[in-house]
Design a protein around this ligand. Structure first.
Ligand code: BJW
Length: 224
């Protein structure tokens, strides 16, 4: 049996990493759709960089929770037959022990050079913006996918969706495409689909099975 598991901000909520669209979400006072854009970064790069610095700091203090642990156990049981596709830019899946993880919306711990495309590691420290170590220009940006940009590794994700027997979505509101459409791709080719989320999402009616409750309870119960 081949599994694809899509995760969203809800899986990291109980580790203390805020979600985007729940009360007290990330970009206080702003809709994420208005600020997670290349245009917002062009207008005010310092504010956006500071926001990601603060998140790096928050994620460095966070620990994986039982939901991340359960997915790492599932990978140990299934090996290459499990692919975790995460919309999250934190490293909590990896720290729990998952190895087959695709970060379709990027990674908090790397910077992307807008001039030459090089990727470099960034630390959780709030330091002065360094130049790109490859081209020397001060054009590093967060290595994340904003609205209007192309998510990463879509071909590999599509291939896995078209071959999977089970598709699960965990802790995602189904508000952002193309991730919100993955359930349809999987269902159309015959996969069984399951949603594990705190409450009903925008795409709940599309799933064969729905389990509502906190991820730290629902994911281990589903996996074990
Ligand atoms: C818990 C819990 C607990 C809480 N336990 N659960 C089709 C139709 C309409 C629009 C479009 C479309 N296709 C493309 C678009 C445009 C756009 C889009 O989707 N717009 C919408 C506003 C409609 N999409 C794009 O621009 C994307 N690019 C693109 O489409 O390129 C062209 C393309 C075309 C065709 C095919 C392929 C490509 C790019 C989207 C980039 C999103 N970027 C962000 C920021 C990333 C960097 C960062 O982290 O800062 O990604 S926005 C933000 O939303 C972030 C997240 O990954 C993403 C999804 O959020 P998520 O994870 O679902 O979090 P929440 O907060 O929304 O939900 C949390 C859920 O958890 C809730 O349901 C809670 O109930 C639950 N929960 N506690 C279990 N304890």
């Amino acid at each position: 049996m081949r599994f694809v598991v899509l995760t969203g901000a809800g899986i990291s909520a109980e580790s203390g990493v805020p979600t985007f669209r729940d009360a007290g979400g990330l970009w206080e006072g702003h809709r994420v759709e208005d600020v997670a854009t290349p245009e917002a970064f062009e207008r005010d790069p310092d504010t956006v960089q500071r926001f990601y610095d603060l998140r790096r700091h928050a994620v460095a203090q966070a620990e994986p929770n039982p939901a991340h642990d359960a997915l790492a156990r599932l990978e140990r049981a299934l090996g290459d037959d499990l692919l975790v596709v995460t919309q999250n830019i934190d490293d909590l899946h990896e720290r729990a022990g998952s190895k087959r993880v695709v970060h379709m919306h990027g990674d908090l711990l790397t910077a992307l050079c807008a001039n030459c495309g090089a990727r470099t590691p960034v630390t959780a420290e709030l330091v002065e913006r360094p130049p790109c170590p490859v081209c020397g220009r001060r054009m590093l940006r967060p290595d994340v996918v904003w609205f209007g940009e192309m998510p990463y590794e879509l071909d590999a994700i599509d291939e896995a969706l078209l071959a999977c027997d089970v598709f699960a979505a965990i802790g995602t509101s189904g508000a952002v495409y193309p991730a919100a459409g993955f359930v349809m791709t999987a269902a159309e080719q015959g996969a069984r689909t399951v949603e594990l989320n705190l409450a009903a999402s925008e795409i709940t009616p599309l799933f064969d099975e729905v389990r509502h409750g906190p991820a730290s309870f629902e994911v281990p119960a589903w996996v074990d």
